[in-house]
Structure formats: structure tokens, C-alpha cells
Ligand binder design. Structure first.
Ligand code: GDP
Length: 195
């Protein structure tokens, strides 16, 4: 995919602020610190559009980025940060549920997991949840520069098995640091629009 333009439209704190033009939306979600902001920035070829967080787990907004004036890339709030309170967790759940159940224009929710580790229980629950809504056909394994080439497939297999991904589901290793896997990720996203 050629990214001609990308801009943040809104960092929404309430559903009333979500865009209403019904352009297709591709959302990304993952554990805090998984590399979501870095991945978004790299995919858009922008340095600082999505903020790389100094204090993980503090953002409870849904960020809508408009791409090529054609669709939105939607940055959902991260989860799994140990230090958040029960109230904050509940508020995260409410925000997510409202978004996932109400967006008719939502085409896909992409889960980001760290390539180095077996997915956490939170990752597994998140994946089950998005599958329940009919999404999750693409998983991005972040920080792929952290594993050696010879170990890459093994790590991808562990993630596939752990999340119980089906054969048709895609897993894409991405390194925002080395700018690897970006084309592949976009390619799979483009396929969603063609279908
Ligand atoms: P977020 O909380 O999920 O948005 O994660 P960030 O994008 O803020 O990244 C969390 C940390 O992981 C930061 O210290 C990043 O520099 C680091 N990071 C992100 N992507 C990569 C990557 O592809 N490779 C490596 N080695 N580090 C990364």
C-alpha cells in the first residue's frame, strides 16, 4: 500500500467523538509496551504521529488516523499494564466493548504481540475476544529484530499455537526498528479491502 497521506483526526475520549463518516476502519490492539505506537508510526512512515509512550498504560483514548483519505487506522488503548487499578481496567473494558460492538465500518482488529514471548493470558483473552467479534485474521509479531533469523519461524509457531490461530489467519513479523515486515503487513491489510 502506498501511504500518500496520514493524519490524526481525533484522540477520542468518548464515543461521541468517533468519526461519523463511516470510512472503513482497521484497528490495532496489544499489550502496553508491545510496540504499537512504534509500529503505527513505521507503517505510516511518520516519526511521531502515534506517541511512543514514556509511561505505559496511561492512555485511555482511541486514536483515529486517516490514511489516504480512504480509511482509518485506529489505535485502541493498550492493556495488561500491571500497575493500573481495577477501576481503570473496568474503564478500558467499557471503552473497548463500546467500540467493538458499535462500529459497523470496522473491518478488522489486528492483535500485536511481542515476538520474543509466548502470548500472555491477557493476549489470549484479547485474541479470543476479537475472534468472537469476527476479527483477528491478522496478528503482528512486533520487535522481530530481537530474534535471530533462524529462530523466527519457531517463535511465530509458538504464538500461532498459543493463540490457537487458524490456518487461514496470518501472522506477520514486523520490526519498526529495522523497518522490516511493513510491506507484508500492509499487503494483508489491502487484501481485506479487496475481498
Ligand atoms: P506501545 O506502548 O505498545 O505503544 O509501545 P511503544 O511503541 O511505545 O514501544 C515500547 C518500547 O518498545 C519502546 O522502548 C520502543 O523503542 C520499543 N520498540 C518498539 N518497536 C520496536 C522494534 O521493532 N524493535 C525493538 N528492538 N524495539 C522496539
Amino acid at each position: 500500500m502506498k501511504i500518500k497521506t496520514s493524519d490524526i483526526v481525533i484522540s477520542a475520549v468518548a464515543p461521541s467523538q468517533y468519526p461519523e463518516d463511516m470510512l472503513p476502519e482497521i484497528a490495532v490492539v496489544g499489550r502496553s509496551n508491545v510496540g504499537k505506537s512504534s509500529t503505527i508510526n513505521t507503517m505510516l512512515g511518520r516519526k511521531k504521529l502515534a506517541r511512543v509512550s514514556a509511561t505505559p498504560g496511561k492512555t485511555r483514548t482511541i486514536n483515529f488516523f486517516i490514511i489516504n483519505k480512504e480509511f482509518y487506522l485506529v489505535d485502541l488503548p493498550g492493556y495488561g499494564y500491571a500497575k493500573v487499578s481495577k477501576t481503570e481496567k473496568a474503564s478500558w473494558g467499557k471503552i473497548m466493548e463500546t467500540y467493538l460492538t458499535n462500529r459497523k465500518n470496522l473491518q478488522e482488529v489486528i492483535l500485536l504481540v511481542d515476538i520474543r514471548h509466548e502470548p500472555t493470558n491477557d493476549d489470549k483473552m484479547m485474541y479470543d475476544w476479537i475472534k468472537h467479534f469476527g476479527f483477528g485474521s491478522i496478528v503482528i509479531a512486533t520487535k522481530s529484530d530481537k530474534v535471530s533469523r533462524s529462530q523466527l519461524q519457531k517463535h511465530l509457531k509458538v504464538i500461532r499455537q498459543s493463540l490457537q490461530m487458524s490456518k487461514e489467519d496470518k501472522i506477520v513479523p514486523v520490526s519498526s526498528l529495522k523497518k522490516q515486515g511493513i510491506e507484508d503487513a500492509w499487503h494483508h491489510i489491502e487484501e481485506l479491502f479487496i475481498e
